[in-house]
Write a protein that binds this ligand. Structure first.
Ligand code: MG
Length: 210
């Protein structure tokens, strides 16, 4: 009975195993070990992409007798930012986001407001220099996203030109630079028209072979 059952089981259940794939047949072959084991050729190492993010913000008081410049664009208004350079809060926030992403310090370290060299300087120059610092460290800028907070005047008509100027300074396409505008809803220094604020985030990348 047991013999009949054993034969019957083999005959009926092993049938589906006849078409087992080559990977299974290989399992019965002796394994090569030690010095007999063939070395597989190693593929060249693939480039590793490192992606880093940075954040920056800036705030300037608005005072009479100063030009209002944001993103390198002159905006007609009766007040402008107090500051050592042109006081472009948007450009400053983007500088800090990019420097922060690369862990290269901040804008005050590279362009101190105690230096006569930067007095009245265009902040687009800061962006060009930050771009060079990142390039020297092997980084590429992926994109920048920024928000300007200002109660008056309305900034939306000026945004395309800001994007273009900022992108030019950074060697990017305008589509890689986003600028948005908000008001302060009548609250705090921005809302009371006493200050302009900007916030920015930047993404950078670097390729290396391990
Ligand atoms: Mg500033």
């Amino acid at each position: 009975m047991a013999r009949t059952l054993g034969f019957g089981v083999r005959g009926s259940l092993l049938g589906p195993w006849k078409n087992r794939g080559p990977q299974h047949r290989g399992a019965t072959q002796p394994r090569l070990i030690g010095k007999n084991k063939k070395k597989r050729p190693t593929a060249p190492s693939a480039p590793q992409t490192s992606i880093r993010a940075g954040i920056g913000n800036d705030l300037h008081r608005l005072i009479a007798g100063r030009k209002l410049i944001l993103g390198g664009v002159r905006i007609p208004f009766e007040k402008g930012p107090a500051g050592h350079s042109d006081g472009d809060a948007l450009a400053h926030a983007i500088c800090d986001a990019l420097l922060g992403a690369a862990a290269l310090g901040d804008i005050g370290r590279h362009f101190p407001n105690t230096s006569r060299r930067w007095r009245g300087a265009s902040s687009l120059l800061f962006l060009q220099r930050v771009r060079k610092l990142l390039e020297d460290a092997g980084y590429e800028i992926v994109n920048v996203d920024a928000t300007v907070s200002l109660e008056r005047p309305r900034l939306s008509p000026h945004i395309p030109r800001m994007q273009k100027r900022l992108a030019q300074a950074l060697g990017l396409n305008p589509g890689q630079v986003s600028v948005k505008a908000k008001t302060g809803e009548g609250v705090d220094a921005v809302g009371c028209g006493e200050a302009v604020r900007a916030d920015a985030v930047a993404l950078i990348s670097r390729e290396s072979r391990s």
